[in-house]
Design a binder for this molecule. Structure first.
Ligand code: ADP
Ligand code: KDG
Length: 303
């Protein structure tokens, strides 16, 4: 989506100017991976006009492959406005009928997905429209026999669908998911559960690996039935948006680098922490060297 947001916190109604940025959980993950030196592609639909090119150029400019993005003439690019008032962030979506909401499995290059090590999907796409719901489910089904692993982030957005609908969809696709990400808040909103023992219940439905994000507390994972925990890094939070996406990218990077589960959680926590201590959904994210420096507690001289 195009994201329009005032540069300073405060109510949108008083804003005299807006910064034009881009937003989107899946593109954040792709960009985060690309920064870490991992080959990543982002597949979606945009309008073929200036707003569409704004999104396309920025994602492409981060080294993410956008060759499978469709540019449509008949539908606008999704837009959202965001304001930060006190500790809370509020969003206003303009994405009904957007190009992305029209995604369907027809004409999708399945080979492209099948040759990926991981196909990362989130609960935002199926929340966009009936056709996006069918698309997300069908893509997982069609990749069933391929080597590509399915990673799924629950990413519940209450402004797009109800908790009941999100729960129904998530539980329906769980048997096809290899790696599941869920936050403590989502565990509460969807399953009315406080987390830890929910992982066991969810893993019985299919995913080999489930990761619970716990904000500043860090994270907990259940890997092949084994619980693993890692505390969060102590950092000053300046912008909480995008932490979950950075975390998912860190965990996926850990998988691709062949790190053991505890190390994957550590890298994921470090990425989440890096995200909250820097401004922007993805703008402040580290490259691999900066991540290593952070993990080792070293600070670059910067000159
Ligand atoms: P989401 O952004 O999806 O709601 P969280 O808020 O749990 O998820 O954040 C994802 C991860 O980012 C956490 O598991 C943690 O590793 C890291 N993180 C989030 N907030 C902080 C914080 N204030 N301090 C340090 N790490 C944080
Ligand atoms: O994940 C951080 C935001 O960039 C993301 O929430 C925006 O995809 C988005 C959505 O639909 O809310």
């Amino acid at each position: 989506m195009v994201l329009a947001t005032p540069s300073a916190p405060g109510r949108l109604r008083h804003a005299t100017g807006l910064e034009l940025k881009i937003g989107g959980a899946e593109s954040n993950v792709a960009i985060a991976l690309s920064r870490l030196g991992i080959s990543a592609g982002w597949v979606s639909a945009l309008s073929s006009d200036e707003p569409g090119h704004l999104v396309l150029d920025r994602i492409r400019g981060e080294g993410v492959d956008t060759s499978r993005v469709r540019l449509l003439q008949e539908a606008p690019t999704g837009l959202y406005l965001r304001e930060r008032v006190g500790k809370s962030t509020r969003v206003y979506y303009y994405r009904e009928g957007s190009a992305a909401s029209k995604m369907s499995i027809d004409g999708v290059d399945l080979e492209y997905f099948a040759q990926a090590r991981y196909v990362h999907l989130t609960g935002i796409t199926p929340a966009l429209s009936g056709s996006c719901r069918t698309f997300t489910r069908a893509l997982m089904q069609k990749l069933g026999g391929s080597p590509a692993r399915i990673s799924f982030d629950v990413n519940y957005r209450s402004k797009l669908w109800s908790a009941k609908e999100a729960l129904r969809f998530t539980e329906e696709v769980l048997p096809m998911v290899d790696l599941l990400f869920v936050s403590a808040e989502e565990a509460q909103a969807l399953w009315n559960h406080d987390g830890a023992d929910l992982l066991q219940k969810l893993s019985e439905a299919g995913p080999r690996e489930i990761v619970l994000k716990r904000g500043r507390e860090g994270s907990l994972a259940l890997v092949g039935g084994e619980p693993i925990e890692h505390p969060g890094f102590r950092v000053e939070e300046v912008d909480p948006i995008g932490a979950g996406d950075a975390f998912a990218a860190g965990y996926l990077a850990g998988m691709l680098w062949g790190l053991p589960p505890e190390e994957r959680l550590r890298v994921a926590n470090a990425m989440g922490a890096y995200s909250v201590m820097t401004l922007g959904d993805y703008e402040g994210l580290p490259d691999r060297e900066e991540l290593e420096e952070f993990l080792e507690g070293r600070e670059s001289l910067g000159r």
